[in-house]
Design a protein around this ligand. Sequence first.
Ligand code: NDP
Ligand code: MG
Length: 395
Amino acid sequence: MKGLCVLGATGSIGVSTLDVAARHPDKYKIIALSANSQVDRLIEQCEKFKPEYAVVVNETAASEFAEKIKSKNLSVQVLSGNAGLVTIASLPQVDYVMAAIVGAAGLESSLAAARAGKRILLANKEALVMSGQLFMDEVKKNNAELLPIDSEHNAIFQCLPEHYEKDLTASGITKILLTGSGGPFRTKAANELENVTPDQACAHPNWSMGRKISVDSATMMNKGLEIIEACWLFNTSPDDIQVVVHPQSVIHSMVQYSDGSVLAQLGQPDMRTPIAHALSWPERISSGVEKLDLFSIAQLEFEQPDYERFPCLRLAEESIRKGGTAPAILNAANEVAVASFLDKQLKFTDIAYIVEKTLLNLKSRPANTLTDILEDDLAARKEAEQLIQSRVKQD
Ligand code: NDP
Ligand code: MG
């Protein structure tokens, strides 16, 4: 029986994780759940899974949650704030931590799981983008296990040799083929992108996800963040990663070997597959995902990515080549710009503009400590906010 802590339980990945865990009550015991402010959804989850701990990060929502829990006679210990997240990610009775908080807000708790030597099921790619080297060092130092949930990275992991440890070359690998659907605007002309709405951007053709990652998919910043994520997870560089646009999202990524073999992982676009894989690895469990019917899919297509219409891809690649805190700056500016777009303050095409300007205006530095990273994250947020204000005034 493995003790499971789900950070970001009320989100898209969190809900899918609980769905898979509920299919195997003999294998996984829910020890702790967290939310930011969706109190009612978290209460329902507490009623169903009876965790020992629940964390509500937002302080006001936490008081409301505590009141409601009391009136329901549920015996769950309620914590709040980031400190609460760090506590539940490090509990001795927790074996596995699902890191499914969105954005930089998940960094410290994901790192705490690494420091406590847990199996980390990493959905929160922003944590790795921000703190890559530091994160990987903590995993190694504390004998933690890092298993990717992001469908592409989970696919790559499944296509790598069993004892992949060092790097691509040592394993006879010539390239990682990182697939992406191309998002909802794959075929939209450049001049039509300016006025797309948040709802259009969030209407992903194949995946149902939280709003932030949906916008990232639409700008292809998601693929950019995934290039960075792959560099850290598989100890490689953007030179060895080829983005392949694959509109059907059936192949979740591929690994090309020196003998000409290309291994791919295929499946339904349903995150319960990578979640079940990482929960049960190296074994396999059922996930509730429908079988893949190749006859109904019939065709698989592949295209080159368009770096002109989707400049976020280039920005992400440039930032990982630059290294240090540059990816953290990219990520922070992107989070601010996406929030502003979702708030209807900023045009879709201005997301890339804000990220590029922020990267130009700020000087990155080596990411030696968490403080370096968090300081540059904060500076980038301030810079991006200011740039957005002056952009809004211009219009
Ligand atoms: P959602 O927006 O659906 O869920 C986010 C979760 O994080 C919620 O539980 C939310 O709580 C919590 N949260 C939000 N803000 C904070 C905060 N400031 N502090 C603490 N907790 C917070 O996101 P997704 O599930 O779609 O994505 C989660 C992560 O997984 C992201 O990093 C994303 O990139 C990654 N991912 C997601 C995929 C998907 O299919 N959805 C695929 C691959 C990766 P509340 O509900 O209370 O707001
Ligand atoms: Mg992905």
